[in-house]
Design a protein around this ligand. Sequence first.
Ligand code: ATP
Length: 373
Amino acid sequence: MSQEIDVSLVHVTKRFGDLTAVDDVSFDIPKGSFFSVLGPSGSGKTTILRMIAGFETPTSGDIYIGGERVNDVPPNKRRCNMVFQRLALFPMMNVLENVTFGLRRRGGMSKAEMEKLAEDALARVGLQGLGKRKINQISGGQQQRVALARSLVLDPTVLLLDEPLGSLDLKLRQAMKLELKHLQARMGTTFVYITHDQTIALAMSDTIAVINKGKIEQIAPPEVLYRRPATHFVASFVGENNKLLAGRVTRQVDDQVCEVDFGGIPMVGRMGDPLKPGDTVDLFIRPEMILLRPGKHQDGILGKITEINFDGSHSLIAVALTESSRPLAINVKLQHTEQAPDVAVGDIVTLSWRWDAANAFHPVDQSHIEKEA
Ligand code: ATP
């Protein structure tokens, strides 16, 4: 089944002087999907968004919106609209005037028509009846929704969102991220959301592109990104992980699974990179995927609990591996279910995990050397 594509980047590069901010990036964003670009500060996210919006021109490569090549199309002629992190609402205007602002600039409509559209947009974001309030008379979350309504009223094919939840406190951010996702699903508008906050990207997106130093590391649905990271960077950036450094591959079990030795202890993991016996690897193990059993068992790794940190629904348990020839510790996230074992600091425990709870990659430095060689 072929999907209709709303936004396409084809080998897009953007240089600022000597700096390559975006490096040969290509992706397709299907119509009606929630697409996030996730990466650390300075990785090139804003530059990508600004090129889609038309505020920057690619140094090379092409950008398509709705099938049309838009490299030379000015921002106001592109069927996309941008919601900024600093919402840029006008404090002197009331909510309704803020929402009709773009329509007034566009022109060609009566005041009544514009206000009708604005009321509809406000209703869509759950703010009906607040049109007459001044911006400083509504809460931060409501301001967020006004900024959304102001963009939605222009009926863009694509809505570009520059981390608009970033300025909200944690609780409001949690609430708004679900609202935003529901709104997007209801409206069917294509959302392109940039963020450095993985919890936001994982919770809202249909697809996430992880970017690092201007290059795409992986493009995948959240679950795939989380379970099967494609690169060392994605494994360390997305989700919590135990990161064990510089083990040695002892055996390739099949084309996906390998055994790795850390200080004389055999561990199992998924091969994120093509690996062979003798290779040095870093192993990333998800703390919530580790089975912790009290006492000694043959089929696992022995350790001693050194710390327990209670965190509401779960505890984070630090376990020092007792049979390792070098100091090694693994954190286990233990959910407080009825089946959860009762454990205390000093207890001997056995750890084990399914092969796909751990991901093995060449250490980053080595892979750089290999790439450059
Ligand atoms: P953040 O999360 O901090 O906003 P980002 O991932 O959005 O970061 P960009 O703003 O796209 O990153 O910047 C990517 C790189 O390009 C950075 O090194 C930045 O300093 C540089 N850069 C961005 N805009 C310009 C510009 N107009 N002139 C020169 N360099 C720029």
